[in-house]
Design a binder for this molecule. Structure first.
Ligand code: GAL
Length: 744
């Protein structure tokens, strides 16, 4: 865990250091243990102190692992002449690397930064070991002793577990523009048309002025289509923003360059228009969901036929099996079937513009759950721990009102932070004040044909430090049943405490045990509960998820809305997992990072570009991944709705053969992932993971793809048939062509 984060910190460091001038760097310090504030003074005599390496935690260097307080002293002489060489002279950055856990840092006796809380602080000890320590000092601060000895003193508190400084070492540099300001583009409507807001933010109390150049460029040949230059300034808590219309042409990109006046240092940002590819749905009814669904015998059926078209719409079935009901207004199927079997019937949907019919099979059997991957919503990527029942409800309503339910989205899942701090006297789990009526919420969802999901942990605490299910598994499963829960995400997290103490903790059995236990009680409930394992892919969970009756298992750590995360989780971590997914049990590369996300009560637009979002949804469709929308659905914009509601793209995800895609080609930046489909055709994603757009000719890869001759090629996003004689396309940076191919 630590190593992984450290890697990321280093990447960020290199990117922002491009313009900065290093004054000093070292891996060596003087070190003493104890909690003595005299140690911060520049004059303190540390001649007798031992030496220590600041790039490795102290317990690797002969310091007892249970040491709590340690002091590092680093002497350095900053050169005024070196400062003179820097083009921007506003701040020095003192970069300590990483500190496990808490630090109080001083320059020549004066505090310059602090991270985390000490036991003596209000609120007590709070670890922040994962936060990189970078402290800023204005270059004109009189406390800096230019061309003389300076002392950087770092008081480090470890909480009694292994600790100390670690990472890339300590450096002092002159901040570059990227350290003190940032330039970004966020989607915005500009005078009624699609555009973006270019924002220059100054992160520190200083002012930044310069020129902002805005070029609209054709991505195919680099030609500048239009260009403007503006003077802007930001800083001192002020953000400068410029609104720019960019249109919705998929072949253009806005390149923004800010040049700081005095130093000539530059910041760059780019913005891809959020172009919509999905054709407008017909006004007449159209069935968009797979024609199969499965339940266990005796379990309540909660299913909604996904049909687009103008409303109102009426649903009817003349050959509905006894025991089932179809809601004529919303297409919700309910009831129970007690006997195993395949129940085939026809459902028609009618509106003012026409009629459509679907022949549908309901499979009833012990092994018939999750015949296709789950589609729905989860509160985590938007609301994080700030989730409330109202927020869940507003997304659930939007699922219906904005038409997502017409495309098969049906699960409404509450993630962490619904639990009260204490159980009832009899041990029953209690909801917190943010969730006044779980049963009412479940009933509302079910009456609309939607499904209800919840989150817990096999540990005593969840990842968000709410109550987990440890030693209360049976009671919790029963509570879930009483609220009408249809989906449980069971997140390892706090279980580590118990696991670490187990004698057989090295064995696979010890990882499987908590999941087996909960499954036993879920199975005892008189309803189907989709069982979603979350333990970040440990112990190759895809190899044993089915053994514990799970319906999906997370294959990686948490996703976030950056290309780096999408690349790592979507492309790097999924290759080779295809054999383990199929009807009943799916690999889960985590939730969708489109729309307004934020993991808190502060939401922002996903930082993925338009092409990265097409790549994301295409890949999740190919991977037969859980399609759980992670944004606030009440704020869905047209681009995101069209991204999530393309019936031909979603049909790949929901294909009843249930074969996950695997990587068939890796050729430089080009990757091709393929997935066989139930109708004998093949879904193909041609991805360009590179930084520049390029032409890709599919014919080059026919050998690797096992294609002799192309009979038809369909572009699924555009829903058009392409020329089989010339299967060559321009694929933009981080972009995709998602195809359905009939080939010999
Ligand atoms: C993480 C999990 C996230 C989210 C979070 C809640 O461990 O991977 O998806 O559920 O816990 O605290």
């Amino acid at each position: 865990m630590k190593q992984k984060l450290l890697g990321l910190a280093l990447v960020a460091f290199t990117a922002s250091a491009a313009f900065s001038q290093t004054l000093f760097s070292t891996r060596e310090a003087k070190f003493a243990t104890g909690d003595n504030s005299d140690y911060k003074s520049a004059e303190y005599d540390d001649a007798s102190w031992r030496k220590i390496d600041v790039s490795r935690v102290w317990d690797n260097q002969g310091v007892p692992a249970d040491t709590r307080h340690g002091w590092y002293r680093i002497h350095f002489t900053p050169s005024k002449a070196d400062l003179g060489k820097a083009s921007l002279k506003q701040y020095l950055i003192v970069d300590l690397g990483t500190v496990d856990d808490v630090d109080r840092t001083y320059l020549n006796g004066k505090p310059i930064g602090a991270t985390g809380s000490l036991p003596s602080d209000e609120g007590g000890y709070r670890s922040q070991w994962y936060t990189p320590r970078r402290y800023f000092i204005p270059v004109d601060d009189k406390n800096i002793r230019w061309d003389k000895d300076n002392v950087l003193a770092v008081h480090c508190y470890s909480g009694g577990e292994p600790g100390g400084m670690f990472g890339q070492g300590v450096s002092v540099r002159v901040a570059g523009i990227a350290d003190i300001a940032s330039l970004s583009c966020v989607p915005a409507e500009v005078k009624g048309s699609p555009g973006c807001k270019v924002e220059l933010k100054g992160n520190l109390p200083s002012s930044i002025s310069g020129k902002l150049k805005l070029d609209l460029v054709d991505i195919r040949d680099g030609k500048v289509l239009s260009s403007t230059v503006r003077k802007i300034s930001a800083g001192n808590g002020k953000t400068a923003d410029v609104e720019v219309p960019v249109g919705d042409n998929e072949n253009t990109v806005l390149l923004a360059t800010f040049t700081e006046t005095k130093s000539g240092q530059e910041l760059k940002a780019r913005y891809e228009p959020r172009y919509i590819l999905t054709p407008v749905a017909p006004e007449a009814p159209r069935f968009n969901t797979a024609a199969v669904y499965g339940v266990r015998p005796g379990s309540p059926v909660h299913f909604r036929f996904g049909v687009s078209g103008v409303k109102p719409m009426t649903f009817l079935s003349k050959d509905l099996p006894e025991g089932l009901q179809l809601n004529a207004e919303n297409g919700a199927l309910s009831g129970r079937l007690m006997k195993d079997g395949e129940y085939t019937f026809t459902v028609t949907a009618k509106n003012a513009k026409g009629m459509a019919a679907q022949t549908f099979t309901l499979y009833v059997g012990d092994d018939k759950m999750a015949l296709t991957p789950p589609m729905g919503w989860n509160s985590w990527n938007c609301w994080g721990l700030s989730v409330t029942q109202d927020k869940v409800m507003s997304s659930a309503k939007a699922m219906i009102d904005k038409g997502l339910a017409d495309y098969g989205y049906s699960y409404v899942n509450i993630d962490d932070a619904w639990e009260a701090p204490e159980r009832a006297a009899d041990g029953t789990i209690v909801v917190n004040e943010k969730f006044p009526d779980m049963k009412g919420l479940g009933d509302w969802l079910h009456s609309n044909g939607l499904k209800f999901g919840i989150y817990s942990s096999p540990g005593d605490l969840t990842c968000g430090a709410y109550l987990g299910s440890l030693d209360h598994e049976k009671q919790d499963a029963e509570s879930y049943n009483s609220w009408g829960i249809d989906y449980l995400k069971y997140d390892w997290c706090g279980y580590s405490q118990k696991h670490n103490k187990e004698r057989d903790k090295e064995t696979l059995a010890s990882y499987i045990r908590p999941y087996m236990l909960m499954e036993k009680y879920l199975r005892e409930q008189p309803r189907d509960i989709f069982y979603s394992l979350c333990q970040y892919g440990w112990q190759d969970v895809w190899k044993w998820g089915r053994m514990v009756d799970a319906n999906s298992w997370r294959t990686t750590g948490d996703i976030t809305d950056t290309w780096g995360s999408l690349y790592e989780i979507g492309f790097n971590s999924q290759a080779g997992l295809a054999p383990y997914a199929g009807p009943g049990g799916w690999n889960d590369p985590d939730m969708l990072i489109v729309g307004k996300v934020g993991w808190s009560d502060k939401l922002r637009d996903s930082r993925l570009t338009a092409n990265e979002q097409y790549t994301h949804i295409s890949l999740w469709a190919l991977l037969a991944a859980n399609m759980l929308i992670g944004c606030d659905m009440s704020q869905l914009d047209d681009f995101t709705i069209n991204l999530l509601c393309n019936n031909e793209v979603n049909a790949i995800n929901q294909d009843v053969l249930g074969r996950q895609a695997d990587r068939a080609v890796e050729d430089g930046n080009i990757q091709i992932w393929t997935r066989p489909l139930a109708d004998g055709t093949m879904a193909i994603g041609v991805f360009n993971l590179g930084e520049e757009g390029m032409d890709v000719n599919l014919a080059k890869y026919f050998g690797q793809l096992g294609i002799g001759k192309l009979n038809s090629v369909r572009d699924l996003w555009r829903q058009t048939d392409l020329d089989t004689a010339n299967p060559s396309w321009f694929i933009p940076r981080h972009g995709v062509r998602l195809l359905k191919v009939n080939a010999e």
